[in-house]
Design a protein around this ligand. Structure first.
Ligand code: PLP
Length: 454
């Protein structure tokens, strides 16, 4: 009967969970029997039954130093004991936000000069968009407000960031996107169909931006926003080497700001501090979150170029950049970010990620090369995507009803690896601190799982 007493403490908690929690991307069928996490230790998450699982996605692509790092716990504790909160609104500042900004200046793209902090990535996207529009309006260019983004991108779930997001499901059920948001095709090496064989695939994909700008009128376009490596929307799409240099040139040609959404790719995930470094490209605005605190406390933000800072600095007081969040520059977030950057530097984790990430990807590629259901194995640093297909020759995907993704996810979990399977892509983003043995173990679980009949 429905009113029976729950049999166990687990059942009791799950019943409350079902009644009172709306989970992100909520659907009750997917949390019938949720994993109830009670502890984190290094690369492992431990559930209420004491079972250990490898945290193959570093939480939600954020716990890049693994769980339980003393330096981060102590930084948060010390900060809470000294100054729990003070606003960073104009006229008020504090040591953690100042020290973090100084540290960031040393590791971010050379083009970036000043920072604004948020609580997470979606707010960072909104802040970038508002700042890009403000930048043009403050210079009298009132029409320059459109934002061009890409299909299969993910930039967040606020009204503004969901409008930039290129996955339609995030808008379809919620009324239309905000006006003035456009999406071009992604540079998806495995699936991009090059319309012009005289160009490389990367050039052709980048030129879609130029076509969109010309179609809309350059005087109406404020910014182009792109993840250096597309993560949560497309399933780890690494662009061609000539894509971003050409994007930069197009943005310069038409006076369009380039926003790098480094929310996943920032702080070493791809083997560089920030993603566009792979191609020597400098954005006008960078946005970050997730790895900046290794996920221990919420923090995100944006960095802007000297040109943008100049416009903000020289506005009339009444027409200032009217933008603000209570939690901008939260002292505890800043203190943990300082400690995170300290560990990344002290342990040489950025360089190490490039090295071990390359070996990790090579092994996956080599051992899945003959698998008839694996279409593409791609990645950069410790970010990898394995795309499965029903038919390798035509790249045809499995029909949704076949439920292949959920079955693979469940089988990985049964073998001790907790990660995300995004429609047709197994995503991997293990902690940057994972040892080579641990990375081998992850690769073995994935290879063994995918070697079973689909
Ligand atoms: N931008 C990118 C590239 C992301 O991957 C995400 C989250 O996954 C976001 C923005 C949104 O960040 P948040 O979930 O912290 O709002």
């Amino acid at each position: 009967p429905n009113n029976a007493e729950p049999a166990t403490e687990f059942d009791r908690l799950v019943a409350i969970d079902h009644q009172h929690i709306l989970h992100p991307q909520h659907h009750p069928s997917e949390h019938e029997k949720p994993l109830l996490w009670t502890k984190g230790e290094g690369i492992y998450l431990i559930n209420d039954a004491g079972e250990r699982f490898i945290d193959g996605l570093s939480g939600m692509w954020n716990v890049s130093l693994g769980h339980g790092r003393r330096e981060l716990i102590e930084a948060a504790t010390r900060q809470l004991e000294t100054l729990d909160f003070a606003t960073a609104y104009a006229g008020s500042s504090h040591r953690p936000v100042i020290e973090l900004s100084e540290l960031l200046s040393g590791v971010v793209y050379p083009s970036i000069k000043a920072f604004y902090f948020t609580s997470g990535g979606g707010e960072a996207t909104d802040t970038s968009i508002r700042t890009a529009r403000y930048f043009w309006r403050a210079q009298g260019r009132l029409e320059k407000s459109k934002i061009i983004a890409r299909k299969l991108s993910y930039h967040g779930s606020t009204v503004g960031s969901a409008s930039a997001t290129g996955v339609d499901e995030f808008s379809d059920g919620f009324g239309p996107r905000l006006p003035g948001f456009l999406h071009i095709e992604s540079p998806y090496p495995y699936r991009f169909v090059n319309p012009n064989p005289l160009k490389t695939q990367g050039q052709a994909a980048a030129d879609l931006l130029e076509e969109a700008i010309l179609r809309e009128g350059p005087e109406t376009v404020a910014a182009f926003i792109a993840e250096p490596v597309q993560g949560g929307g497309g399933g780890i799409l690494v662009p061609q080497d000539d894509y971003f240099p050409r994007i930069r040139a197009i943005c310069d040609r038409y006076d369009v700001l380039l926003i790098a959404d480094d929310v996943i790719t920032g702080f070493g995930r791809t083997g560089r501090w920030f993603g566009l470094e792979h191609w020597g490209v400098n954005p006008d605005i960078v946005q970050f979150a997730k790895g900046i605190t290794s996920g221990y406390v919420p923090l995100g933000g944006i960095g802007v170029s000297a040109r943008i800072k100049g416009v903000l600095d020289h506005a009339e007081p009444a027409k200032r950049w009217w933008h603000g969040y209570t939690y901008s520059g939260h002292p505890v977030g800043c203190a943990v970010a300082i400690a995170t950057i300290g560990v990344l530097k002290k342990e040489g984790l950025i360089e190490r990620t490039e090295k071990v990430g390359t070996a990790f990807l090579r092994r996956l590629q080599a051992e899945l090369a003959d698998n008839p259901n694996i279409g593409d194995v791609r990645g950069q640093g410790l970010l990898a995507g394995i795309e499965f297909v029903e038919d390798r020759a035509t790249k045809r995907t499995f029909p949704g009803a076949a439920n292949v993704g959920p079955r693979i996810k469940a089988e990985l979990l049964r073998r001790g690896l907790c990660t995300r399977v995004l429609s047709d892509v197994v995503c991997l983003a293990p902690p940057l601190t994972a040892t080579e043995d641990e990375l081998d173990r992850i690769a073995s679980i994935v290879i063994d799982t995918l070697s079973q009949p689909f």
